[in-house]
Each structure stands twice: as structure tokens, then as C-alpha cells.
Design a protein around this ligand. Sequence first.
Ligand SMILES: [Zn+2]
Length: 278
Amino acid sequence: MRMKNHTLVAVTIVAVAAITVVLAGQTAKPTQAPAGNGTLLDDLVVANRILANENILDGLGHVSVRSLQRPDHFFLSRDLAPGLVTAADLVEYDLEGNPVNPKAPQGYRERFLHGAIFKARPDVNAIVHSHMPSVLPFTDVTTPLRPMYHMASFLLDGAPIFEVRSVQGQIGMLIDNNKVGTALAQTLGKRTIALIRGHGAAIVGTTIPDAVQNAIFLDVNARVQSQAVALGGNIAYLSPADVAGGNPNPQPPAPPGSPGYYTRSWLIWKAKAMGEKR
Ligand SMILES: [Zn+2]
């Protein structure tokens, strides 16, 4: 059917307008990645996969991130093994551990660990809770976990052991309510990690890549220390003088999603965990 002239003109105007809108949208595109939670949530999925792939988390354990738009909220997967987490599984919580959506799927019982630490530590934006086997011995013996190499220099601040029994009335060994979560956050103080007796550890970071690498380097350090102790000689632990020149592994001050936000280690861990072509 032939189109009448005035109809053709109208269609052309609409088409040109549409193209103009599209082009305007392209030119208005920010040069930096948007600072919304979208990139952050993608990174949280990747963090789950990395930590599963690097054997920091098995079927249990979890990783969270503070919301960019609501600093009094955080995101955590629903009750699911970290290696299976997708963006659709992420749930938004307030710092009391309540899901923002009352119809949210069942969450991890130990989500209170995250809310309590985010509440106590405004500088912390991501948290890993792990039962990694390398660290478990240090939760059960009096031998302190100490820094063996530069990537774990955060251990110079110590690795206190949180005792769940110390919380009055607490029964069981899980961080499954706000009272015990708050007590754990107090034990953590301003440090990067707190051990949990007979259970595991809480590891924090200023960003998701920071928390992930702190957890992975903690695992390496714990294995190296156990091997060094087994060798039986004197051990030259890191001392404050070793890092007097500054943090050997600073987190770049870059916004989430921008290239400077991701550490070199994160990029290779991500490629391995996500099956990306290298
Ligand atoms: Zn646990």
C-alpha cells in the first residue's frame, strides 16, 4: 500500500526525532561508569564466584556490600551457596538484618554479622564471612595469627578471637542475632579481621575488591604461617617497620565500576571464576 505524502513526512519526522534522542543519549553518556548500585551488584556476584573459586567460601559463608544509595542498607545473597549466586539472588537489608522487601526469599542466618559491622564501621563497604580451613586452627589455639608476608600486613593490627560464649545468654555458635553481631563488631574494632572461635572469620574491606583480596591473602598467610611453625625455626614475622613506607597494597581511590577501582589480582581472579577468555 502506498503511503500518503503527509503520512510519510510524519513518519520521517518521528524517525529523525527518535534518532536524535538516541544520539543525544549517547553523547550524554557519562565517560565514567555510573555510580549506581548496578555495577556494585554485578561486582557482588563476581565476588561470590571468586571466593568460591579460590576456596575461601564453600557451600557456606557469604560476602556483602554496602549500598551506595542507602549507606544504612547492604546487599547479600539469599540463602544460597556462593558459587551459585546470580544478580537475581541478591537481597537488600537494613543494618538490623531486616529485608527491605518483606517478601524477600529466605536469607542467611548469619546476616546479622554484616549489619552489625556496617553499623559500627562507616569506613567498611564490603564484608566476607568465611569458614576457611587454613584459618580455623588459629581460632582454636593460643598461637596468634601474625603477618608472614606483605600482602597480609593488615595482620599487624592483630587478629582477635571472638568468643560467642562471652555474649550473655547466647546459645549456639552462629552470629544469628544483632546482640552477638554487635559483640563481634566490638571485638573487630578498627581491624581488618576478627576470628570467631571454632567457626571462622569476618574480613572487611573499603571496597568489594579490597575485602575479597584481604580474604584471599589471609588464607595464604594462614597456610604459610602453619608451614613456617611446622618447620620449627625462628620466624621473621612482618614488623611495623616493614610497612613504614606506607601500605604496600593501597586500594585505589576510584569510584565503583571505573578501571582504577579493580586491583590487578581481582581481574585475574574474576577471569578464572567467570570463565572469561584470557
Ligand atoms: Zn559462619
